[in-house]
Design a protein around this ligand. Structure first.
Ligand code: ADP
Ligand code: MG
Length: 690
């Protein structure tokens, strides 16, 4: 239940005087539907007005003058402005209005009246003027013209000043709230209390006050981050409180592990131990395993599935594409079968008797492991006892799809696998409700991929190198440039690149792109995987996770157009075998400084976690769009990059609160309740991580 003290802030916008059916939707677009939302609408800038005499009027500057009305000059032609001449003892200037201003100006500003006027000055020759003054009021009211004025976003119907008026009205409704921040922490940071922080947010006194690190903004950002972390925490403990089958580690799994041609890396062993602890707990697992391409997530998943099979239950592994599902099936079916575990493959393409038979095996429990695509959660698929749902490349699936798979086993444990390492800060905001294991160690024996950046002018040399390498039996990927927003152009580029490579290198050059039918795509990929093609030209559809151990060269055209994380992913396609691999990043000269910096990061490291951190740094907090696209919550004042230290502190704080006062019954706990309701993150958090 929402605490009563917050009621005035949860009123809809039209509760504010002057906000009617016309303005409400406009303001809502800017801020949100509630009075509360206006409070958090931060000014984006600051206007400064200086007092001046007419003689000191300055082009392009916001100035305020005290003047006498001298003369009215109504327009003598339609498209002329209405003008008023005004003067002080140093000279005269003009005020002008276009369109439809007339008699009322004459009436309200009679000749001889003293006025304060403020606006942006224009100067043409000696003549100074202000078009549509911001302020024109009796001189006695000169104090009502502010010297500093926050600038708010405006819309067609609302000016920044109107928005400001409503923000002020919202502020008047804001009560003093109990302090939810830790008193010592607050004092150490030197932050104001909530109400005061808001007042300062909306009354900046200098540019420094607009900075995200200013005490008022930092405090409000921290509130927001803390509220979000608390909501994620609560969600996590709610899910964890749901009962799920307790599955112990098994001999069966140990046998499969012992039969592997390699030993698990330390990171794999740790991830598996995390998973086993979760599975055995009797509480529902919600775990994400993050690890670079090639870090060996599949085998970890397989050993967990073996534990589930040993307990007499079923697992499902869902992959985003047909090719990947098939590849998983090919790697997993045999070792599982050797231990007596039956796996089936289920994709959209399986039809007829084979499909019926597989469905029956799932329904009866004859098959303990299902590997497949989206086909796994279609209505007619019934599991006898699904206890573990595994989602590979989880970011490729929507929340709804993940939920549908999990619904096949209402109390199934959930394991997500992701090959997109993300920085710790983003991890907290995106996956704060999941437990995370990181595979930050590669299987041994991998040779580093030597990475070089070359201008496109060197393309002939690259092709010559390819010719030599393929003659020696190597295989290569050639990634074609990303043409902004046009898949058609991407395809055209890839087609002509493939044609020109065939001319130079002979017929063993294949082409895949997003426009191919799935069956065609699979056929080309398969030909490449089986070594019947030397070079695979591709738009970026080269499937995440596809494993071709013999591919040792990756050429990326227009590498400067790809994001760092994407380049890293692409590079991850090579260097999977034990042979030495190379990645050639072609760029169109001249390369921008930021482009240079990004390619440099790639040349220096192959650690996806490091690259992700650097990527975030290089993009900075400025790339709000990119961050949004990566699924970040829409914070109002907090910026997970700029405020990353605060985010880490908020996550710790939320954990402490949950541990010390889970019922939120202490005085601070009571205040924290108010915070949680104020931000009302619950609904959003559910949408975010389903
Ligand atoms: P990803 O994390 O990208 O899904 P995979 O699970 O596909 O990685 O593993 C990539 C390759 O590494 C596979 O060929 C797999 O057999 C191999 N592999 C996995 N773990 C190890 C290990 N501990 N030692 C050696 N090779 C391993
Ligand atoms: Mg994988």
């Amino acid at each position: 239940m929402r605490p009563e003290i917050l009621f005035p802030l949860f009123a809809s916008l039209d509760a504010l005087k002057g906000v009617g059916p016309k303005l409400a939707p406009e303001l809502e677009r800017l801020a949100g539907p509630l009075v509360r939302d206006l409070l958090f609408l931060a000014p984006a800038g600051l206007k400064r007005r200086t007092r001046a005499t007419v003689a000191k009027a300055q082009e392009g500057v916001l100035q305020t003058f005290v003047v006498r009305i001298d003369a009215h000059a109504p327009p003598h032609r339609r498209d002329y402005p209405y003008r008023i001449r005004v003067a002080d003892e140093t000279g005269f200037m003009f005020l002008s209005w276009f369109k439809g201003y007339g008699p009322h100006l004459a009436k309200s500003h009679p000749i001889g009246a003293m006025r304060v006027v403020s606006g942006e000055v224009r100067r043409v020759g000696v003549e100074a003027s202000i078009a549509h003054p911001d302020y024109l009021a009796p001189a006695e009211a000169a104090d009502s013209v502010p010297e500093l004025e926050p600038i708010y976003p405006a819309t067609v119907q609302t000016s920044s000043r109107q928005v400001r008026r409503f923000v002020q009205a919202a502020l008047e409704r804001a009560p003093e709230l109990p302090e939810w921040q830790d008193a010592a922490f607050l004092a150490r940071q030197g932050w104001p209390r909530w109400r005061e922080a808001l007042a300062r947010l909306h009354a900046p006194e200098s540019e420094a006050d607009l900075e995200p690190q200013s005490p008022a903004r930092a405090r409000l950002a921290y509130d927001e981050l803390l509220a979000h972390q608390l909501a994620l925490q609560a969600r996590r403990s709610r899910v964890r409180a749901e009962p799920a089958p307790a599955i112990p580690a098994s001999d069966l799994s140990a046998r499969i592990e012992a039969a592997l041609p390699y030993r698990l890396t330390g990171a794999q062993a740790r991830a598996l131990a995390d998973i086993r602890t979760d599975l055995a707990s009797g509480q529902r697992m919600q775990r994400l395993v993050q690890g670079d391409v090639g870090s060996g997530k599949t085998v970890v998943a397989m050993l967990a599935m073996a534990d589930v099979a040993a307990a007499g239950a079923q697992s499902a592994l869902m992959a985003p594409t047909e090719i990947l599902a098939r590849q998983h099936y090919e790697t997993l079916a045999a070792p599982l079968a050797a231990a007596g575990v039956t796996a089936i493959l289920l994709t959209g393409r399986d039809k007829g008797a084979a499909r019926t038979e597989r469905l029956a095996a799932l329904a009866s429990g004859a098959a303990q492991v299902a590997i497949g695509t989206h086909a796994l959660f279609q209505d007619e698929i019934v599991f006898r006892d699904l206890a573990l749902a595994i989602i590979d490349e989880q970011h490729r699936f929507g929340v709804a799809e993940r939920a549908r798979l999990q619904a096949k086993g209402p109390s199934a444990h959930l394991l997500s696998l992701s090959a997109t390492p993300i920085p710790r800060t983003l991890e907290l905001t995106q996956f704060g409700d999941l437990d995370i294991s990181r595979l930050n160690e590669k299987p041994p024996g991998r040779k580093p991929v030597s990475t070089a950046a070359l201008p496109t002018t060197r393309i002939e040399a690259v092709i010559a190198r390819l010719r030599q390498a393929t003659a020696e039996g190597a295989q290569a990927f050639w990634i074609c440039p990303l043409v902004a927003e046009s898949e058609r152009l991407d395809v055209a580029d890839a087609e002509s690149r493939a044609a020109s490579l065939r001319e130079r290198l002979g017929p063993r050059v294949g082409l895949v792109h997003g426009r191919l039918q799935p069956a065609e795509k699979d056929a080309v990929m398969a030909a490449f995987a089986e070594g019947r093609l030397d070079v695979l030209v591709a738009t970026t559809v080269v499937e995440v996770g596809v494993n071709v151990a013999n591919a040792t060269i990756m050429v990326i055209e227009h590498a400067d157009r790809f994001g760092l994380a994407q380049l890293h992913q692409l590079r991850g396609r090579v260097g999977r075998g034990s042979a030495k691999s190379a990645c050639l990043l072609l760029y169109e000269p001249p390369l921008s400084t930021s482009g240079q910096a990004r390619l440099e990061v790639l040349r220096k490291t192959e650690d996806g976690f490091v690259i992700a951190e650097r990527d975030l740094e290089l993009r900075g907090g400025g790339d709000a769009v990119g961050l949004r696209q990566s699924g970040l919550p829409a914070y109002r004042l907090a910026d997970p990059f700029v405020h990353r230290d605060l985010l880490l502190a908020a996550a710790d704080d939320a954990r402490l609160i949950a541990a010390r006062d889970p019922e939120l019954s202490s005085p601070r706990g009571q205040a924290v309740r108010v915070l949680r309701h104020l931000y009302d993150w619950t609904a959003k958090a559910e949408q975010l991580s389903g």
